[in-house]
Design a binder for this molecule. Structure first.
Ligand code: ATP
Ligand code: MG
Length: 276
């Protein structure tokens, strides 16, 4: 199976002496987080650390609580029990106006894409700037152009979402989620529903943004190929907790039965040629 998984292009970055010798700075921390909806216990004592500068991939079955986990990071959900810390600040009981400040640290690429269909690409990306900053029209224009270049869609300002392919929509969504210069990007299933070549372009973009923007990222995905292309570490959500967390290398050799099953079930997909 190992051989079928994409070449790990980020391996050398992970293994720098610097990484090994410096204590790691924690950006996001969950301490014993519980969350239920009615009788359904979704998170059952989640502990998690996301280190500054890394790409953490969250894997887990449908309905396991991956999106719910992201919503807790943004303070869109509060735990029933336990704590959520962002850059060492406990945000668990913060009032809404304080959470607003915390949310500015994050860019979120939503699972659904969520572009405004009645607005041009330009207006979609400009929207957060108009809502949250007092930038002039000229500054907004410059920021939009810059972000469109970063996601490799220069010159598409005038297009409407209906004119865009699935991959382009994701990239416009991504441009919008980074327009306020977040410290951390949360990607909820960024490659789901895309063909393998387009998915690979999104993977490359995630890696590219990681270094260009100097951010920390979480990528929620079902796409094992994507996980191995972009991730530094995997956290496997199963039965309401992160049952296994470790490096991509360690994941390949794991003896955790469900994680093995999860990785194996996607090996066929990973074996398909996706590039060249
Ligand atoms: N606001 C809510 N009210 C009631 N139930 C909810 C709510 N949000 C999430 N759930 C339930 O919590 C569980 C986890 O949902 P979540 O969206 O986090 O799953 P997921 O791991 O992201 O799944 P998928 O891979 O399908 O996106 C699901 O059973 C879902 O129905
Ligand atoms: Mg989800």
């Amino acid at each position: 199976m190992t051989d079928t998984i994409t070449t790990d292009r980020r391996a050398e970055r992970r293994d720098t002496p610097e990484r090994r010798t410096h204590p790691r700075d924690v950006f996001v921390e969950f301490q014993g987080v519980h969350k239920s909806y009615g009788v359904k216990d979704v998170l059952r004592g989640v502990d998690l650390k996301v280190y500054r500068g890394e790409v953490l991939v969250i894997l887990g079955g449908s309905g396991s609580g991956k999106s719910v986990t992201l919503r807790h990071i943004l303070g869109l959900e509060a735990p029933d029990e336990g704590r959520v810390l962002i850059e060492e600040e406990d945000i668990t009981d913060l009032p809404e106006e304080e959470l607003y400040r915390v949310r500015k640290k994050f860019g979120m690429l939503f699972q659904s894409g969520a572009l405004f269909d009645s607005m041009t690409v330009f207006e979609n990306i400009a929207f957060p700037l108009r809502e949250h900053t007092d930038m002039s029209d000229e500054e907004v224009g410059r920021a939009v152009v810059e972000k469109l270049e970063l996601v490799d869609l220069p010159g598409t300002e005038h297009l409407m979402p209906v004119d865009l392919s699935g991959g382009m929509r994701k990239r416009v969504g991504l441009a919008r989620s980074i327009v306020l210069n977040p410290k951390m990007i949360l990607y909820d299933e960024p490659t789901t529903g895309l063909d393998p070549i387009t998915a690979q372009k999104i993977n490359e973009l995630i890696i590219d943004l990681q270094s260009k923007l100097n951010v920390t990222s979480i990528v929620v995905t079902h796409d094992i190929q994507s996980a191995f292309s972009v991730g530094d570490r995997i956290a496997f959500l199963n039965q309401g907790v992160f049952e296994w967390t470790g490096t991509m290398e360690a994941a390949r050799d794991t003896d955790h039965p469900q994680l093995r099953e999860f990785l194996k079930s996607s090996a066929v997909v990973a074996a398909q040629p996706t590039r060249q």
